[in-house]
Design a protein around this ligand. Sequence first.
Ligand code: IPD
Length: 282
Amino acid sequence: MADWTDCLNFGIRVAKEASEVVLSALQQKKEVNLKSSPADLVTETDQRVEKILISAIRKQFPQHRFIGEESVAAGERVQLTDCPTWIIDPIDGTVNFVHRFPFVAISIAFTVNKQTEFGIVYSCVEDKLFHAQRGRGAFLNREPLHTSGQEDISRCVVVTEIGAERDDLALSTMTSNIFRLLKLPVHGVRALGTAAVDMCQVATGGADAYYHIGMHCWDIAASAIIVQEAGGVVMDTDGSEFDMMSRRVIAASSSAVANRIAQVIQAFPCCRDDEDPHELRL
Ligand code: IPD
């Protein structure tokens, strides 16, 4: 089995270096632009940090490929091949970054043969480094992580997000999903504003489950392996196998909790990340 530890260590190093740029820009005035909706924001720092990360990694590993949030926003297509591929979100939690709400993360996943080999989530303000390598466990600041193991939905704290999708169907589906979970009941519903850090809460056992519809592969690819390696379960919201391109995810402390959430929540239609929305499907 190939060992990608050198790549993991390099990814951790560049994520920490790039976080200096995020932290210093956090205090400054920002120029904010809109992408797909009034809640889908981008700043010059998102673009700059993505360029810093990709150019440093490309210099070290010239054969590797990239899927980066801001490169895709600039027109690149999402194509996950069997080649070693870095999936990068330079600032997960851009709305938080703009408002200085203190949860912003650099998220980096690495895949080979379409399988995730490792994930890195660096929560910059908290100075928390989450990482996991396939088959080798999950860690927070190098200390091992374990999910809560909770199996009873009525004792769960569930994390979710009202993301950037703001059409009527998306909004009514997301709010009624929260209503249905609260009526089960669950102990509480939380949102930190970054899918990557939200999901890492499940890996720490601080939350028991997370679900989201409408996020993108770069938001959750790294945290998915962190949850799995911490002993958790990751699946599609319809209960099928996790597919990072589907824009739907449940991450939970146990299969029982994941399946219960899949029974309760509904999804709204989203174009897959690896599908061109302008291409006609025949
Ligand atoms: C967003 C965050 C947010 C989620 C959105 C994502 P970004 O990522 O993860 O929590 O609700 O769906 O798009 O745009 O800040 O990288």
